[in-house]
Write a new protein. Structure first.
Length: 748
């Protein structure tokens, strides 16, 4: 045995450190011979450990030296942790290894060969703000109206094309959008040329320029192909086309590529990720081995059974079945609530019950499909005094578009609010620039007057340019008009008028970036929230109190986040809220992406369920307020796909009386989800005995017929027009035609 090999770290039994504690499938993946290897690692199966151990195995076995390894992670933090773990495993430094994110690799390559793409090695990397400024210059140089063709929309196009590995001349005709009347490709070319002049590149260029170098300079490519004897990739299901092309080119010489990923957790297509990369692995790398990691170390048997049964409905997948040697635990509970407010209230009470039973708040999460859903939970938790944090983004009232909208409302309610005035006087752009604002501020300080009062004076003098005076005058007229509506309109209606007439909503409607629709949804949720208030000042006071309700960042807090933000995390208890058709699966995603989008939505549901270690609760609301209007919602199709043997539901009892509360059987009406006591709920949850609420009526419950008169607590009286299973189409006397679940109606 090599003396160096004898000195490698081992356990008490003499097992090499990097092989200690591996199960048979993990060991098979780590010790597999050279060649293409796909490790299909289900949620909670130890994929990071396997990838790290395989990297160590290459070094320990002498199949590759540190400088001959190309290892990709998706965060810099993960790269640092992997390097540290490998060094502990093998007892020596891994200096010289190419280990990091794709972009870190791109920078390293480009610094060495910048001149091959017309750059100097000292090139700068632009951030998003710099990119937008440069794109605005390009749009202006093309004599285009930046208000009609915003730079952010062009940036989204350029980023998408770079993710696909397309230089301007390579963008297919069919991909040229109607942006700027078909001139987007020319604008892209002008932008790239401007970057070269500035000796700069953006993040997309870090990969795109690397592909250009490889494709145009075969000698450079051959050098790197020969160098990298082992290539390892984490989260392969999240790679985009440009990243995939890098890997395919570099692996051509030795063919020794190990990719670890889970096709069932590919949820980032909107970022450019292509699930097809992992699905085509065997075609792209002939002779590939596939090792499935299916033993889960995170969740209970019922949670895994529910997740596996759900994801089995996807066709585009390699297929695997998660299992555990641990306990079956509690079934996944499915709870149907009367409306979204009741949903937030009920989940808050359940969390309090778990907390009293000894569970830490930091081990509990509420996961939602869309960011706007967090508002109801935030407000409810604040009312309850339940500490929480919004993970992956600001709290609802701290988001940019919400702050902008509230600034408009503050200025309507209080004309002397200078901070609100400055925030929105040129938002959307009205041609009131920083120079004019400086003039305003100077005069306001001199006269000890508010900016708005000072502006009224300046529009009648010549201190400001004529165009600025005209724009400012129109803005002041709008403010005066909105103030006349303060006493006439309810806060919700006034907010709608202000946001529409100001052009703020239109600004986001014209924005074609990936987050524009989410911002519009948040604005609609804000408008909805005003329905609870009789006056605008009362709402603004409420917002001030809510935003002041901060907690110690070190304190125990419930995590509230979107499903996308939860990937890679785990919690003892997970509440999955809003499982309704249209919301989840998301109607807009299905309209744009069809079956592929539906499968990604289902993968997102799978990710949500597998975040839970001990208990998972899924909720849906029978009624949800959409754009200020009550809408009867249908349970998500994903609920129908959950295996019955792994979920626990409560069927409505026809004998239940509306004047009683039941533990174990809910009553009819809006209080259907309440229990006799929170203590009983907590005890039952911990003992695995509690059934929560219904998904569908009990077998043998009352059957309705077409033409029958019924009563619905939200929509009143109506007549059944059509029946589809447990779904009724009803013509309501006042609410019009709606679809509802039959368990929420009674005979008239």
């Amino acid at each position: 045995m090599d003396p160096a090999h004898r000195r490698l770290p081992r356990d008490a039994e003499g097992e090499l450190a990097h092989l200690c504690g591996l199960n048979p499938e993990q060991r098979a993946a780590v010790t597999a011979p050279d060649g293409p290897l796909l490790v299909l690692a289900g949620a909670g199966t130890g994929k990071t450990r396997v990838l790290t151990a395989r990297l160590a195995h290459f070094l320990v076995s002498g199949r590759a030296r540190a400088g001959e390894i190309f290892a990709v992670t998706f965060t810099n933090k993960a790269a640092r942790e992997m390097a540290e773990r490998v060094e502990r495993m093998i007892g020596r430094s891994v200096e010289g290894m190419w280990l990091g994110t794709f972009h870190a690799m791109g920078v390293r390559l480009l610094r060495a060969h910048a001149e091959l793409v017309g750059l100097e090695p000292t090139f700068t990397i632009l951030d998003t703000d710099d990119q937008l400024r440069l794109l605005k210059q390009v749009i202006q140089a093309a004599d285009l109206d930046e208000r009609r063709w915003p730079a952010r929309a062009l940036l989204a196009l350029v980023e998408r094309w770079k993710d696909k590995g397309w230089t301007p001349e390579a963008v297919p005709e069919c991909e040229v959008s109607d942006f700027a009347m078909g001139e987007a490709r020319a604008l892209y070319a002008a932008y790239q040329e401007r970057l070269r002049v500035l000796n700069a590149c953006d993040f997309g260029d870090l990969l795109l320029h690397g592909l250009e170098i490889f494709n145009r300079h075969p000698d450079v490519l051959a050098r790197y192909q020969e160098r990298f004897r082992a290539i390892l990739v984490d989260e392969y299901q999240d790679t985009n086309v440009a990243q995939y092309l890098w890997l395919k080119l570099l692996a051509q010489r030795h063919g020794n590529i190990t990719c670890v990923g889970d096709d069932d957790q590919s949820i980032y297509s909107w970022r450019g990720a292509d699930v097809g990369n992992i699905l085509r692995f065997e075609q792209d790398f002939p002779g590939a081995r596939i090792v499935r990691l299916e033993r889960n170390y995170r969740s209970t048997g019922h949670i895994l059974g529910a997740a596996t049964g759900l994801i089995a409905h996807n066709r585009a997948r390699h297929g695997k079945t998660l299992w555990t040697e641990g306990a079956m635990g509690e079934p996944v509970r499915v709870a149907g609530l009367w409306d979204d407010e009741e949903e937030a209230r009920w989940i808050g009470e359940e969390i309090e019950a778990l907390q009293r039973a000894g569970e830490r708040l930091s081990s509990i999460a509420v996961l939602v499909r869309a960011g706007f859903q967090t508002r109801a939970f935030e407000e409810r938790f604040i009312q309850m005094g339940l500490p929480y944090r919004v993970v992956g983004g600001p709290r609802f009232y701290e988001r940019q578009e919400i702050r902008d909208a509230i600034a408009y409302l503050r200025l309507v309610a209080s004309p002397d609010d200078d901070l609100a005035f400055e925030r929105i006087v040129n938002l959307p752009r009205r041609g009131i620039g920083e120079t004019s604002l400086r003039t305003l501020r100077t005069l306001a300080r001199r006269r000890e007057a508010s900016l708005l009062r000072t502006a009224r004076e300046l529009v009648r003098t010549d201190e400001l340019p004529a165009r600025t005076r005209s724009a400012l005058s129109r803005f002041l007229d709008q403010l005066d008009h909105w103030r006349t509506l303060l006493a006439e309109k309810r806060p919700r209606d006034l907010a709608e008028i202000v946001l529409e007439e100001s052009g703020y909503v239109e600004m986001w409607q014209n924005e074609r970036s990936a987050d524009a629709q989410g911002r519009l949804d948040n604005l609609k949720e804000l408008v909805k929230s005003l329905e609870e208030f009789d006056t605008l000042p009362a709402f603004l006071e409420h917002v001030a109190l809510v935003t002041e309700a901060t907690t110690d960042p070190e304190a125990e807090m419930v995590s509230v986040m979107t499903l996308h933000g939860a990937k890679g995390l785990e919690f003892d208890s997970v509440f999955l809220a809003g499982w309704e058709e249209g919301l989840f699966p998301n109607a807009r995603a299905l309209e744009e992406g069809g079956e592929r989008a539906l499968e990604e939505e289902r993968r997102l549901a799978y990710v949500g369920i597998t975040r839970a270690k001990k208990r998972c609760v899924v909720t849906f609301a029978a009624n949800r307020r959409v754009y200020g209007q009550w809408t009867s919602t249908l349970p998500s199709r994903f609920l129908e796909e959950l295996p019955r043997e792994h979920i626990e539901v409560l069927h409505r009892s026809p004998a239940a009386r509306p004047d009683r509360e039941y533990f174990g059987e809910p009553e009819y009406g809006p209080r259907a989800s309440r229990f006799r006591s929170r203590r009983a709920t907590a005890n039952a949850l911990l003992e695995g005995k509690a059934e929560i609420l219904l998904v569908r009526p009990a077998p043998g419950s009352r059957k309705f017929r077409v033409g029958e008169r019924i009563f619905h607590e939200k929509f009143g009286y109506g007549r059944i027009e059509a029946i589809d299973g447990d779904k009724l189409e009803i013509a309501f006397d006042k609410a019009g035609r709606k679809k509802v679940v039959d368990s929420f109606v009674e005979p008239a």
